[in-house]
Design a protein around this ligand. Structure first.
Ligand code: GLN
Ligand code: ZN
Length: 752
């Protein structure tokens, strides 16, 4: 029996982020188009070689993207937003069009804004949202997929498997830009012929299998959408080319009644997320259909327990069916190469597996299955669970531990008395401009070019200056400015036990942006205070209130790679206990306002409704464990970088933060409508201007916005602040904007 191995996609950023650096150079006119194209070529060739030399049977084409694979698909189908078509002199669609859609484009003073970007399912990858209108026309103009296929053929790779984002998922992921609503499915008939044409081109090149990604089959989708799969794949059927319908990020059993009728040659299943239903799923799918089992986890960095997988799936050898063995999803969600890491202890390193290592695991597993020989699977690899120090460091938490002592009403009175701040208090979200100089100070300290004394001096200088500026602006609640932090999660992880860090473990977040998530390898606990020193220092420089600034437990957890031997719920509580102690230390040091940021709270929502309750239950608990030990008169703030609370407003209320500041200056209406409906009981600081643009908000505009807010909320519960942190702005912009914000507030106070 033949079993073949393949992956669903390989990281495209290059082992040292070559793609990022060359993209950015190209955007800055430091290199030309040919240099950029050559870097892409090199990365693709290397990726193909890695797959081949790892012993995988197939190599992938179509997983490379200049910015984002959904955007590539829009280009392929000629779905270019109108405002981006006519920008070039000759109206040519080229790579600048692609970058223009992704980043915005200005030509002779006309700005064509970028397309929206949003999260790719429940990952930290973001895609460019396709735009559709009823009369969008499509045309196969961007032939990247064929060019890259021909490139791989020329390089003499055989068994090449092209990858396409499927037509139904593509439509589902986009948004309607027409004023009048229409069903995106109406566009199916326009895009299917293009897909068919591309499949025909594959067939001409003697391709055996094509991978067509339809990840929305793992979601709760309506009957209408489900049925469109049958229609589409009937249309796409090609007797000389085999289609592998590819699903990931979840189980498909709930949609099996439809899936079993989709006319394809193979189905890829995310085995990691559907172990319990795998037999039921397979029973439903006709024996002639090949099954690709995604057994190697593409979402985490732990080495697989190959012997266990072998034993679990050995039964497939006895069934009369063809199989592929694969990763659960594309490997773009993990770092590229573990062997680059020189600073991770060997005892730990041998428990990890990055993209290259996962390819090797896969081919070894396939070989052992083919030969029915599990002895070639190393015994050492068996145990990837971490040593538990649970008893020593985990705290058993009682219900009372995660509720504030009194209700908000009572707290509000006490806080009013203790804090003595004016009506419509002004504040900021935490960070101030991260200047070149500041980044350099941290870098030099990290590289041991300056010593601790000098580093501390520089940080103090920055804080002192930030306090001075805020006093001059006459803000009411000040912050220390976060100069010591590179990244809001990494900083806390570095000061807690249980995390480790990679040197090159980059994962693409969007376009040229990559993140390097910390890895949770052990129980998390706090040896000593994290933010106390700098917060105290800032407070010592002013008579005004300084607000302490922490990253919340849910965000720290979700932006790290998590261990798998205990549940996320437990890990979140461990982190929460550390923050709880930090909060207590700050309170004891006389800090009266403490902000706990949770920008990841909403993005952690599971994809399927049936898992939402469980997630909300542990994430709310974690936040409350962190925040609820304080006295009534201590004020807890939280911040979230979005305002679309429609589905989670009750959970936001449950968090019971005294004040929530949110990003709403771009979507006031949405927020106002939602909060009007449900009377939000605690205080709120809906941003009064958008920090994401360079524009300086003028006093009158800010006043108009605040007046709107006053109409909706109890004025005594309203805070005035920008809509997010200021670290990406420069000082000039920040000073002008905040000055206008304070001025507008003061004028309004006088009018009331
Ligand atoms: N306190 C953080 C800052 O101001 C919050 C960051 C965020 O909203 N993601 O930078
Ligand atoms: Zn924010």
């Amino acid at each position: 029996m033949n079993i073949f191995s393949h992956i669903l996609g390989f990281p495209r950023i290059g082992s040292k982020r070559e793609l990022k650096f060359s993209q950015e150079k190209y955007w800055n006119n430091e290199i030309g188009i040919n240099d950029l194209i050559n870097i892409g070529k090199k990365i693709r060739k290397k990726n193909l070689k890695i797959q081949k030399s790892s012993g995988l049977d197939f190599v992938c084409v179509g997983d490379f993207a200049w910015y984002d694979h959904v955007l590539s698909n829009s280009m392929m189908l000629g779905n270019i937003p109108k405002r981006h078509i006519n920008l070039n002199k000759n109206k040519i669609i080229n790579i600048d069009t692609l970058f223009g859609i992704a980043r915005g484009f200005s030509y002779k003073g006309n700005l064509s804004h970028a397309s929206e970007m949003t999260k790719w399912f429940n990952t930290n990858y973001h895609y460019i949202v396709p735009e559709f209108s009823k009369n969008t026309s499509f045309k196969f103009i961007w032939k990247q997929i064929l060019e890259e296929l021909d490139e791989a053929i020329t390089l003499k790779f055989n068994k090449i498997k092209p990858i396409l984002l499927g037509p139904v998922s593509y439509l589902w992921l986009g948004k309607v830009v027409d004023k009048e609503k229409f069903s995106k499915l109406e566009l199916l008939d326009k895009i299917l012929p293009i897909y068919k044409n591309i499949l025909f081109e594959f067939e001409k090149r003697n391709i055996d299998w094509v991978q067509i990604d339809e990840p929305i089959l793992t979601l709760d989708i309506s009957k209408k959408w489900l049925e469109s799969f049958i229609y589409s794949y009937n249309y796409l059927y090609n007797k000389n080319l085999k289609i592998l319908l590819t699903t990931y990020f979840g189980n498909i059993y709930h949609n099996i009644d439809t899936i079993k009728n989709i006319p394809v040659d193979g189905i890829h299943i995310d085995y990691i997320n559907s172990k319990n239903d795998i037999n039921n799923i397979m029973k439903n799918i006709s024996k002639d259909i090949l099954i690709s089992l995604g057994v190697i986890n593409g979402r985490n960095i732990w080495k697989s327990n190959l012997k266990k997988i072998y034993e679990d799936i050995y039964f497939i050898k006895k069934l009369k069916r063809k199989y592929f063995i694969s990763t659960s999803c594309s490997l773009i969600h993990v770092p590229l190469d573990l062997s680059l890491e020189k600073n991770i202890k060997n005892s730990l390193k041998k428990k990890f597996s990055f993209a290259i290592q996962k390819c090797k695991e896969l081919s070894l597993l396939t070989k052992s299955l083919k030969e029915s020989n599990k002895e070639i699977l190393d015994d050492n690899l068996l145990d990837n669970s971490q040593k538990n120090n649970l008893n020593k460091h985990f705290y058993y938490i009682k219900k009372n531990d995660f509720c504030r002592k009194s209700s908000y009403k009572i707290r509000r009175k006490k806080q009013k008395k203790s804090l003595k701040i004016p009506i419509l208090p002004t504040t900021t979200i935490g960070s101030f401009p991260q200047t070149k100089k500041l980044r350099n100070v941290r870098l030099q300290f990290k590289n041991k070019k300056i010593d601790l004394k000098k580093y501390n001096l520089e940080i103090k200088k920055y804080i002192k200056n930030v306090i001075y500026i805020q006093e001059k602006l006459d803000l009411d609640v000040l912050v220390h400015g976060e100069p010591e932090r590179n990244d809001m999660v990494e900083y806390f992880a570095q000061h807690l036990e249980g995390f480790i860090f990679t040197e090159f473990g980059w994962v693409q977040s969007y376009g040229s942006r990559c993140v390097k998530p910390p890895i949770i390898v052990n129980d998390v606990y706090r040896k000593k205070p994290i933010t106390l020193k700098w917060t105290k220092y800032a407070q010592s420089k002013t008579n005004k209130l300084v607000k302490g600034m922490l990253t919340g437990p849910v965000t720290i957890l979700l932006w790290s790679f998590c261990r798998e031997d205990i549940s996320k719920s437990i890990v979140s509580k461990q982190i929460a206990m550390c923050l709880r102690k930090e909060v207590m230390d700050l309170e004891n040091a006389g800090i009266k306002i403490i902000q706990i940021d949770e920008p990841a709270f909403r993005e952690g929502l599971p994809l399927r409704k049936k898992f939402v309750k469980r997630y909300l239950s542990w994430s709310i608990e974690a936040f409350k464990i962190s925040s609820s030990s304080v006295k009534d008169k201590t004020q807890i703030h939280t911040h979230m970088c979005y305002s679309d609370f429609n589905n989670i407003i009750n959970s936001i209320i449950e968090l019971d933060a005294d004040v929530i500041t949110i990003e709403s200056s771009r979507s006031q209406l949405k927020l106002l409508n939602c909060l009007k409906k449900i009377k939000y009981p605690n205080a709120i600081g809906p941003g009064v201007y958008d920090i994401h643009t360079k524009n300086i908000p003028d006093v009158n505009n800010i006043k108009i916005i605040i007046r709107k807010y006053i109409k909706t909320f109890d004025i005594n519960n309203l805070w005035i602040n920008p809509d997010c942190g200021l670290k990406t702005r420069n000082w000039k912009e920040v000073k002008k904007s905040l000055n206008n914000m304070v001025k507008a507030t003061k004028e309004l106070r006088n009018e009331i």
